[in-house]
Design a protein. Sequence first.
Length: 257
Amino acid sequence: MIHPTALVDPKAEIGENVNIGPYSVIEKGVSIGEGTKIGPHVVVREGTQIGKRCQIYQFSSIGEAPQALAYKGEPTLLQIGDHNIIREFVTLHRGSIKGGGKTILGNENFIMAYSHIAHDCQVGNHVVMANGATLAGHILIEDHAIIGGLAAIHQFCRIGTHAILSGLTGVSQDVPPYMMAAGDRAKLYGLNSVGLKRHQFSEQEIKALKKAYRIIFRTGLTLEKAIKTVEEDDIFQIPKVQHLLQFIQHSKRGICR
């Protein structure tokens, strides 16, 4: 159902059983998948693609132009997957030409009120961003990460899968997978053991990741030596440990410790 006060451009593609609330604006070139619900006073700008059965709450701004000084009005995209919950006053911006032209939000994410996802970010699946969490441009968030309320992440940083950031955390370097981080300049506080157990990680996997964490971050070894030590240990046979090392080795901004 489309409310009679909503402004929906005839060139927007609206799927079956889509609800659009009062006073919302849907621009041309927007596509909205079946079963998605758009609340009142939502603005969805040209270049936005929204998947199936999403819920977008009131006063959200979806697909606005990137806040980038180099942006000159070029056509760029915001791609939103299926089953996402986007709460009130959330802002999601399209990509920029220099960043590849595309911002991506995957599937089954929970983006709480007042959160911001800037241009050229890539957010995976099953990610939670608590109220007021902020992503600068060009950030990668892997699957199942949890970003605490009012956390702020510097541009080009990466947050690994199953990592959890405390509220008010300031992130200026990459946060490795499976870890807990907190502080006005993020520091690691061990493995996200509770989260891993909730996601059915085996006892063997958790023990291996704990050992890898101690070797890499708590023995005083250089990063190069620590990685080599893990690679020579039996725990390197665990795929989760391999992913942890690959994430660290591909870091460009450095790893928070």
